[in-house]
Design a binder for this molecule. Structure first.
Ligand code: NAP
Ligand code: MG
Length: 404
């Protein structure tokens, strides 16, 4: 069988621990036998980030801007414990995802991979719900203050022109806590554009909600900026038969629970933090959650939502077989190949990405699955737990058959 050709390379960002092992196996078993893979390879493994003083992360992000599509493996974000585990680290390097997100000015979209045998906890959810979380500002960049006597707090802004604006926050009669939060118009605008663009790309309705009845100026700005950014997208939305729907956050939560799913839910930073954990848990498992970073110009990076699965890695190092779920990492690869195929007009490549996903879903639907899923399936579903390698081989067999 002739291998499928590519024209533009994918940006490939390798990572750490068990996911790095999965990365190699997925390529070896499911991609390289079928595709003449072209990638620009960046090793974002912790030690290589350290050797390059994290320049490799910046280079990978810039390559993504240049080439348009990237696929990323999960990476370690070092903390104190990791500093002890890897004594050669010269610095507690920042989260690569944070670095890439800020260079690409991107928004993260998280979508569950759904199968019939794992029913969402919310029984009327029939289709995946994608959460888009604004990743800048609000309480995550706020300053906090605690005071112990009666008094008054004033919010003052000093412009570069020297002009000032001041507002009394509150006068209190005793000890109090205070918080100063902000967001930037440019960031909200990028967020809105990324959401509208992703809705068009995936042909799904877009929901957005804030509390603008209470935070009239702050959340009101979010609502207004989304309305403004929607204007150039209106015609395209109508053509595709999709809608933009704005409501209050409490109303949105109630509607989400009653809905069938099948839309993108854009959330302010805090709402996205909280709601993405609720939605992903209700859909099943972090190992079945994909994550896509989209910048306002359409640049896209695909990855799994989970981490490097450290506990499984230590078993692997001891020579034990693990049953680590490769679905989210596999879907990052298939998503990137499909996107590359669309951009380069390579129907074969796009079709291959779709067949790869179907082969993986068919394998699960046949009851062949990793341990984490066996614990989640409906009671009468005949499921067998297999090792990661056995699972990948079972997918490869189906893929081969569907390509033949
Ligand atoms: P994690 O790697 O997502 O794993 C947490 C637990 O979830 C695992 O121990 C495992 O449970 C289960 N799990 C997650 N993915 C799985 C999969 N594919 N198959 C089977 N089970 C899976 O999170 P963590 O342990 O908090 O973080 C580990 C490292 O990952 C950290 O160094 C962190 O910095 C990094 N991280 C990276 C990213 C990223 O690059 N996007 C995201 C999050 C975390 P059991 O052990 O019970 O089987
Ligand atoms: Mg959270």
């Amino acid at each position: 069988m002739e291998k499928i050709k590519m024209t533009t390379p994918l940006v490939e960002m390798d990572g750490d621990e068990m996911t790095r092992v999965l990365w190699g196996w997925i390529k070896e078993t499911l991609i390289l036998p079928f595709v003449e893979l072209k990638t620009e390879y960046y090793d974002l493994g912790l030690l290589h980030r350290n050797e390059t003083k994290d320049q490799v992360t910046v280079d990978a992000a810039n390559a993504t801007k240049r080439l348009g599509v990237a696929v990323k493996c999960a990476t370690i974000t070092p903390n104190q414990q990791r500093m002890e585990e890897y004594p050669q680290l010269t610095e507690m390097w920042k989260s690569p995802n944070g670095t890439i997100r800020s260079i690409l000015d991107g928004t993260v979209f998280r979508t569950p991979i759904c199968i019939d045998a794992v029913k969402p906890v919310v029984k009327n959810w029939k289709k995946p719900i994608t959460i888009a979380r604004h990743a800048y500002g609000d309480v995550y960049k706020a300053v906090d203050l605690e005071t112990s006597e009666p008094g008054t707090a004033v919010l003052t802004f000093t412009g570069v022109s020297g002009e000032t604006k001041a507002l009394t926050v509150q006068t209190v009669d005793g000890p109090a806590v205070w918080q100063g939060a902000h967001n930037k118009e440019s960031s909200i605008r990028s967020f809105a554009r990324a959401c509208f663009q992703y809705a068009v790309d995936t042909k799904q309705n877009l929901w957005f909600a804030t509390k603008d009845t209470i935070a009239k100026v702050y959340d009101g700005a979010f609502k207004r900026i989304f309305e403004e950014e929607f204007v150039p997208y209106k015609a395209r939305f109508a053509e595709l038969g999709i809608t933009y729907f704005y409501t209050l956050i409490d109303d949105a939560v109630a509607r989400v629970i009653r809905s069938e799913g099948g839309y993108i839910w854009a959330c302010k930073n805090y709402d996205g933090d909280v709601m993405s954990d609720m939605v992903s848990t209700a859909f099943g498992s972090l190992a079945m959650m994909t994550s896509v970073l989209v910048s306002p110009d359409g640049t896209t990076e695909f990855e799994a939502a989970h981490g490097t699965v450290t506990r499984h890695y230590y078993k692997y190092l001891k020579g034990e077989e693990t049953s680590t779920n490769p679905m989210a990492t596999l879907f990052a690869w298939s998503g990137a190949l499909k996107k590359r195929g669309q951009l380069d007009g390579l129907a074969d490549l796009t079709h291959f990405g779709a067949l790869l996903e179907q082969a993986a879903l068919d394998t699960l639907n046949a009851g062949i699955m990793t341990k984490d899923l066996v614990g989640l399936v409906e009671p009468d579903f005949p499921a067998t737990a297999v090792t990661t390698r056995e699972f990948l081989d079972a997918i490869a067999q189906r893929l081969q058959a569907s390509l033949a």
